[in-house]
Design a protein around this ligand. Structure first.
Ligand code: NDP
Length: 501
């Protein structure tokens, strides 16, 4: 069911609202197309990156990686077998003594070179990320790639200063690290994992997600171009079984995993009887709390940034919105108007706000949640006017009102552009409702009262709390969760600890 808010309450007339919608839906104010023109070279097929070279997967099998915006096959990716994983681990083990034995200053130089090369190839990396993953080019260009490079710059700076990062200790590398990452921020997650590991003198075997291998493989080229010693970084492509083979390999010293809570729990079980170190960055159902004294227009942008960024494929997405009861109607009206200007469509168009859903499977998952929301009695506000392309996987941004804390929509991670809106009356009620979740990754608080903002922030069970902001990332700031959102931190000084003994 779709509803439109009452015009007299929002202060905006229906005719004006229709104009706003025309602005993005194909009316007189429509945008001209602004396609990204760069088309990077994509090989017909890729091998695995082991010991500094691209090698054939042992079984010779490959799987297709497709563009989710048009379902075209982009390339065929090598399927890594258990014995390929073993090859990669052996290469990482052999490379370890020399890499760990380099001075921090020399290791730092390699990291600086990687960062510089990523900047030089930024446009190509951004286009690859968008083609393979479906995210809008303006996000991969302005967020993913710059942040990935920033992580290498930041950790290059730490490489010769580890004694100061961990004062009173003599930090040593952990050893060979198995790293498994998801599809929502492929290059950025790679940087979060590889940069601190290398800075601290470890070697790595990294598996990208099955649907988004292309930027990791292009990163392998960068490792070759900058002359990174062979075996320090190994990239093995494949599906869940490849990840499992990494987790179960007996010569890996540490597992760093980012992904779903279900798989994270399976990895924790597998690692428990071993002496492997483990860090888990898992799912979330983060609360974005808007108090009645907040600057509302700013908060609306924070809501949009919180849940619709990257199609909602964000572990820390502000997917539960808590609005103080007195301003609920105004927030609904303003959000309705804002969604009327959001453009969903071709991710390669520079004006696109929301691109394609990463895969057919993820779209089916989101659709199941949309149905569950209505079955449980919540009201869906489907107010984005964009016309969706015929091919590809698409989901318009929407929000639900009438959501109860017991509803599936407010308990489970959807990983799509779907917002559950709930209300509260007092700060204590906001805190207890926000903390009523098995997850504890992130939160946002919007108010113009300084004392309230700090008081609420410190009572929230969340690894990251943004104050009058949302989804702001920086390599200097540690990121990680509580409860079923995992343990361990990535970024900042804290992130180094996971890669040092
Ligand atoms: P999955 O857990 O399904 O997959 C994550 C990675 O693990 C992929 O590379 C996947 O391979 C691999 N994998 C799958 N099964 C296994 C297994 N049994 N053993 C080892 N590795 C395995 O998550 P998604 O890819 O669906 O990613 C979305 C999830 O990631 C969300 O829950 C999200 O919240 C979370 N996430 C958390 C972040 C954080 O920092 N806390 C950041 C980003 C995402 P393949 O894809 O090839 O199947």
């Amino acid at each position: 069911m779709s509803i439109v808010s009452k015009p007299e309450e929002s202060g905006i007339q229906n005719s004006q609202r229709l104009d706003l919608r025309a602005a993005s839906g194909g009316g007189i104010f429509d945008y001209a197309p602004a396609p990204e023109s760069v088309r990077p070279e994509i090989a017909d097929q890729y091998g695995l990156f082991i010991d500094g070279d691209f090698v054939e997967p042992e079984g010779g099998t490959r799987f297709a990686t497709i563009n989710p915006a048009n379902e075209d096959t982009l390339s065929m990716i090598g399927e890594t077998s258990t014995s390929d994983v073993d090859r990669a681990v052996r290469a990482a083990r052999e490379a370890l003594p020399k890499w760990a034995g380099l001075s921090g200053k020399d290791r730092g130089k390699y990291l600086f070179r990687i960062a510089r090369r990523m900047q030089e190839r930024a446009r190509e990396l951004a286009v690859l990320e968008t083609l393979d993953g479906g995210k809008p080019i303006k996000e991969s260009r302005d967020v993913d790639v710059p942040l990935a490079a920033a992580h290498f710059f930041y950790h290059a700076g730490w490489a010769d200063k580890l004694r100061y990062a961990l004062p009173g200790r003599n930090p040593q590398p952990v050893g060979v690290c198995g790293q498994i990452i998801p599809w929502n921020f492929p290059l950025m997650m790679l940087a979060w994992k590889i940069a601190p590991a290398l800075a601290c003198g470890n070697t790595v075997v990294l598996k990208p997600a099955e649907t988004t291998s292309l930027t990791a493989l292009r990163f392998a080229h960068i490792c070759q171009e900058i002359g990174l010693p062979k075996g320090v970084v190994n990239i093995v492509t494949g599906a869940g079984d490849t990840g499992k083979a990494i987790v179960e390999h007996t010569d890996i010293d540490k597992i760093a995993f980012t992904g779903s809570t279900a798989v994270g729990k399976a990895i924790a079980r597998a690692a428990a009887p071993t002496d492997k170190r483990l860090t888990l960055e898992l799912g979330g159902k983060s609360a974005n709390i808007i108090f009645e004294d907040a600057s509302l227009d700013q908060a609306i942008e924070g809501i949009v940034e919180g849940i619709y960024f990257n199609q909602g494929h964000v572990c820390c997405a502000g997917s539960r919105l808590f609005v103080q009861e007195s301003i609920m109607d105004r927030v609904i009206d303003k959000l309705t108007d804002r969604l009327a200007t959001i453009r969903v469509g071709d991710p390669m168009d520079k004006n696109t706000d929301i691109g394609a859903i990463n895969s057919k499977e993820q779209l089916a998952t989101i659709n199941r949640y949309l149905d569950a929301g209505e079955d449980e009695g919540a009201v869906r506000h489907d107010v984005c006017p964009s016309t969706l392309p015929e091919k590809g996987y698409w989901c318009k941004p929407c929000f639900y009102t009438g959501v109860q804390p017991s509803h599936t929509l407010s308990r489970e991670e959807i990983f799509g552009p779907v917002l559950a809106m709930l209300s509260f009356r007092t700060p204590d009620e906001a805190i207890s409702r926000a903390n009523n979740s098995p997850y504890g990754l992130a939160a946002g608080v919007w108010t113009d009262k300084g004392s309230k903002i700090f008081d609420v922030a410190k009572k929230l069970d969340a690894g990251i709390v943004w104050l009058n902001a949302y989804n702001k990332f920086d390599p200097t700031s540690p990121f990680g969760g509580y409860k079923e959102s995992g343990f361990g931190r990535e970024g900042g000084r804290h992130g180094l600890m996971a890669y040092c003994k």
